[in-house]
Design a protein around this ligand. Sequence first.
Ligand code: ATP
Ligand code: MG
Length: 648
Amino acid sequence: MATENIANLLTESRTFPPPEAFAAQATCGSLEDYQRLYDESINSPETFWGRVAEELHWFRKWDTVLEWDHPHARWFVGGTTNLSYNCLDRHLDGPRADKIAYIWEGEPGDQRTLTYRELHREVCKFANVLKGLGIAKGDRVCIYMPMVPELPIAMLACARIGAAHSVVFGGFSANALVDRITDAEAKAVITADGGWRRGKVVPLKAAVDEALPRTPSVQSVVVLRRTDSAVDMRDGRDHWWHELMADADDTCPAEPLDSEHLLYILYTSGTTGKPKGIVHTTGGYMVGTYLTSKYVFDLKEDDIYWCTADIGWVTGHSYIVYGILANGATGVMYEGAPNHPAPDRLWDMVERHKVTVFYTAPTAIRTFIKWGDEHVTKHDLSTLRLIGTVGEPINPEAWMWYHKLIGKERCPIVDTWWQTETGAIMITPLPGAVTTKPGSATLPFFGVDADIVNEAGESVTPPDGGFLVIRKPWPSMLRTLYGDDERYQQQYWSQVAGCYFTGDGAHSDADGYFWLLGRVDDVMNVSGHRMGTAEVESALVSHDAVAEAAVVGFPHELKGEGIAAFVTLRGDAVGDDELKTVLRSHVAHEIGAIAKPDQIRFTDALPKTRSGKIMRRLLRDIAAGKEEIGDTTTLEDYSVLTKLREED
Ligand code: ATP
Ligand code: MG
């Protein structure tokens, strides 16, 4: 029974071809063009990727595009380059020098802009600050900052001198900081006196102070003054950012680095357990994030691009910093909460900054739906031309809301599937070329040989579901897990022979489109039928009363597993027994009686990671009535769990 394929339950038949006007100006404007380039990228990867890499600057050209010693890849072997150079210096010879790189807005409303020339200068100065603190090529630097321009400045300064950064999301606690600093043996920590979040100061420096007695590798701490809150400064160890910068030289040539030089370590959010130190290197990651940014976001010289992710996640690394700057685009950066001072903050910013390309997460979209349409409709969003999502499967009804309310039925939507491990977007529509279907990430990006297989590694027959795997190496792939190559091999390369194992379930349809079904760990087995979580959740969300839903399996005497649904309601809907009955038959009607939830619980909030993803493994413990709940260090708000258990 265990080898049975994952069922495909939901059928979605709405299709949205790229609007003609969009296709006419797009970087890739037809399905034929996509197909031609895709075929070349798979059949002649060396030619394809070599040509892309030529668009960027190399101090020394590579000898070989790819060396593949399963499961270890080396890209652009023998080449030397610098990602900071490609994001900054490369733009300084022409009209982009005085183009705005970042439009930044703090939560209290303060604003700053930095041109490419200004950003370059700050990065050079901070690179010299790092050198002055004894940071050299190969060292690791931990960055624990709010969403302020100094965060990308610190990252680009590290990349410039060949020090690797490990950015830790500012919402993590001192304990998370200890684990990550220790694992990477970071020599320095870059932080701030605090950051603004919902009108309050997040005390970052205090968390660093709490962590540091347990992290002997750290020799110095640089503290940015952001909130003017009082902090303790330890003599000899702690330095103010502005004092060091005041004396710093603004000349710092970018170091030529081997293509496989360590660029950064990023610890994944830990939806599934102990954080893993994902390792990304220089050349391949640069080429991958550059090309995906260019094609998926269709970047043009006059675009104002805004990704709402925090730079503490991979989305921010690749699509606020490296891929976007490598394209010389203008990016918006925002420090604070989406509902401060009011739930229309993001739409107000889209209007004021005339944002053209907007990239966010399904969790945010579901929250906007819950908050109500009036916060959106009072703003002029007519500058938008392309919108996107990342992070979780998007329920078709949330997709439709995004399409209508934000995209005004005019903007293509790019639903981008990828992971911290993949470094860059892997499955996505190209907005001028691919017809979209609500809930599908559609087709693989160039160079991505994606497939869906069963436990024996055989391709399943559509529309059956199975494990999503990648059959060939790609430039921006993770190289290993920091300090634990064995775990790297075991986790990603031993589940399905010869393939990269993503840990996600998917099925495809007659057009070869990919539909993500949720994590393989969350698959339910109901009376011998294996079901992903995404489709049952989408069926619930397609009911008018429902804003968000999470389903999990729980032990059931007759069926093996029963289905428990945790449901958050929209606006004024009332969660009573009658609605439970209605929702059960709604699911049965949408996808079949087999998927009918055995339990439905209404709740105000679901347990989520700090990056906003539903933590189903915790819900599984609750549904099973377990006394002990699994690891909760990455949980955003513990009180949500307490409440759910009290309602038990
Ligand atoms: P951890 O690996 O530590 O449990 P995580 O998987 O949440 O954390 P990320 O690398 O940020 O950390 O997220 C990648 C995962 O997010 C994917 O494996 C997939 O499950 C989900 N995901 C991302 N984008 C999409 C998308 N467009 N559609 C469906 N799922 C997505
Ligand atoms: Mg993951």
